[in-house]
Design a binder for this molecule. Structure first.
Ligand code: 9D3
Length: 248
């Protein structure tokens, strides 16, 4: 898969692409990330990429022409690859969800546009952008962190990137629910707090059942919206429903 990123701040991406558990995803032949500094396509003489909004108001707007030059360069460089959507990050976009991440992971990649300032001239969006994405209801200073969020979520879905294949199975097993709590050594802390007895029992059926119940309870308490979604997708069986019904 190939991901092209059009951004005013390519430096923001390098640390993530080079370090950490996702680093392997960005090695040659996996998620091929190409960074395109928008400034390289700015209007002479000072490589201008933004200007004041018509009608007045605060902030600046990214200009259509530098964006179109950058996009043309990306499309030319991708000519060999399968056509990919242009994705723009905006507070007005659709909320990014794991289902969207999974769709991207199964496809040929994408061209990501990271906006800064108040946004992008709407005529560029109307003509070229296939999908606008937001990562949540809080105000950031631009689309770079959202693009990194998508890259990170894509990276961990690449085969061989998570150390343990069971992590993926876990993801799909508990799909749509919050994770259960986890414990490690020591069995009892100096203050007295102990690990739930069932986890020490060696009874794997009982452990699986306990973890499932913990996930269901946590999701019901904290994210009833997720529980409703999981139910609507048929992810809860009769045992799950019986547990939820008898839960205090
Ligand atoms: C005054 C209106 N503001 C909209 C809430 C203007 C504005 C603020 C911040 C326009 C752009 C931005 C920069 N944010 C993004 O580009 C962005 C973003 C975000 O701020 N939150 C969550 N997801 C995203 S995706 C891109």
């Amino acid at each position: 898969m190939r991901i092209d990123v059009i951004t005013l701040f390519p430096e923001l991406f390098s640390a993530h692409l080079v370090h950490g558990v996702t680093r392997r995803a960005f090695e040659p032949g996996r998620v091929d990330v190409h960074l395109w500094p928008l400034r390289d396509f700015g209007d002479p003489p000072h490589a201008r990429v933004d200007d004041r909004p018509y009608g007045g108001g605060p902030g600046m707007v990214l200009l259509v022409e530098p964006l179109e030059r950058a996009l043309a360069a990306v499309r030319a460089a991708r000519a060999e690859a399968a056509p990919a959507p242009l994705v723009s990050f905006s507070p007005a976009g659709a909320l990014l969800r794991q289902a969207t991440v999974a769709q991207f992971a199964a496809g040929p990649g994408a061209i990501l546009l990271c906006a800064r300032y108040e946004g992008v001239d709407q005529r560029f969006v109307d003509t070229h952008v296939d999908l606008e994405l937001s990562i949540g209801d809080y105000v950031l200073s631009g689309g770079e962190l959202p693009a990194l969020v998508l890259l990170d979520a894509l990276a961990r879905l690449q085969p061989g990137v998570l150390g343990d294949a069971r992590s993926h199975q876990q993801d799909s097993f508990s799909a749509g629910l919050l994770d259960c709590p986890h414990f490690s050594r020591p069995e009892r802390l100096a203050g007295g707090a102990a690990v739930p007895q069932v986890l020490l029992s060696g009874n794997h059926a009982a452990i699986d059942a306990w973890r499932r119940e913990q996930s269901l309870a946590l999701t019901a308490d904290r994210r009833p919206d997720l529980l409703a979604g999981a139910r609507a997708e048929g992810l809860l069986d009769a045992t799950d429903e019986a547990y939820l019904a008898r839960r205090p």
